[in-house]
Design a protein around this ligand. Structure first.
Ligand SMILES: C[S@@+](CC[C@H](N)C(=O)[O-])C[C@H]1O[C@@H](n2cnc3c(N)ncnc32)[C@H](O)[C@@H]1O
Length: 309
């Protein structure tokens, strides 16, 4: 369930499917989706083959085929219901484009099945909007959080949109930038270096750890970056941001405070910056408090020289 102007919005889905529809499916009014699509529009997809990791319910599949004139889109998702939902959405909304979408059935984590690898290998562009916040129930994150904040997580009922917001931190602990919430995305970039080194990547990213840091992560994996879209959005009420507070606390006194600086705002123009601790305090006092952060769409152009990692 997404919030727009503080109101929960149920996706206006009108698809013919036997599958249960997750509450977070297809909300074209969501500012994250709108920003992602503004970036996709500028990504030069006309006539190109795209793979979407985490198709959601197909809002972008439809958009990339119909509005961006991509020649073909393939896609998968960790939630096994979603590729089928995407197919149903496309068949109903733009039946003439249905044969240009190849759903890879799953569950598929990143590109962990043969068919996903084959499809990604044939892609010119790989797009994704993946979680950058550790699962509050993850054991390693729970230890980190307790060590830094001296409190256990109280994330409440995760609901069925948990998978759209959080990722299993421990599973990506071998990734250098996992500590700042980029482990899942790094695992994707690592995989792409092997299976689709030619492909551009277009990522819709939360900038709560700082945009400069995001650019650095992509550069480390051998991509030249280009910003395609950006917007300041309301902090999603369903995502626990304690991780960023714990991160800030962990950096204190290390000399690297300026290198990893969490960025939140008290206004939608981004004039008044807040630390994660200040943002969390405001939301603890009033869950409807105005707390914002930037999101951006970064395109990564693969560089022949590869990356540092
Ligand atoms: C924030 S939603 C974005 C959905 C869609 N791409 C969009 O932009 O509207 C994140 C999506 O990534 C999926 N996801 C989360 N972890 C994943 C993983 N490890 N591999 C593949 N998909 C994943 C979720 O199920 C969800 O559909």
């Amino acid at each position: 369930m997404h919030l727009v102007n503080d109101r929960p919005v149920r996706a206006p889905l009108d698809v013919d499917t036997d599958e249960p529809v997750p509450s977070y499916a297809f909300d074209p009014t969501d500012p994250w989706t709108q920003t992602f699509q503004a970036g996709l529009e500028r990504a030069g997809l006309r006539g190109r083959r795209v793979y979407e990791v985490g198709v959601g319910s197909g809002a972008n599949v439809l958009f990339m085929l119909r509005d961006c004139a991509a020649s073909r889109v393939a896609g998968s998702d960790l939630d096994r219901r979603l590729p089928e939902l995407a197919r149903a959405l496309l068949s109903r909304t733009a039946p003439e484009l249905a044969d240009r979408f190849r759903p890879v059935h799953g569950p598929v984590s990143l590109l962990d099945v043969h068919e996903a690898v084959t499809e990604a290998a044939a892609a010119d562009v790989v797009v994704a909007c993946l979680p950058q916040v550790p699962d509050p129930f993850d054991p390693l994150y729970a230890r980190f959080r307790t060590a830094q904040l001296k409190t256990a997580a109280h994330p409440g009922d995760p609901g069925d949109d948990h998978v759209a917001h959080y990722y299993p931190w421990t599973a990506f602990n071998d990734r250098p930038f996992n500590s700042i919430g980029m482990g899942l995305i790094e695992a994707l970039l690592t995989r792409l270096k092997t299976v689709a080194p030619q492909a551009e990547v277009v990522l819709n990213l939360g900038c709560r750890i700082g945009k400069a840091t995001l650019v650095q992560v992509l550069r480390s994996y051998g991509y030249r970056t280009e910003e395609l879209a950006s917007r300041i959005v309301r902090q999603h009420a369903g995502t626990d941001i304690s991780f960023f507070v714990a991160l800030e606390t962990a950096m204190r006194g290390t000399g690297y405070e300026q290198d990893v600086r969490c960025e939140f705002y008290a206004d939608p123009e981004g004039r008044t910056q807040l630390s994660a601790r200040q943002a969390r305090a405001l939301l603890d006092t009033d869950p409807a408090a105005p707390v914002y952060h930037e999101i951006c769409v970064l395109r990564g152009h693969p560089q022949a020289t590869g990356g540092l990692l």
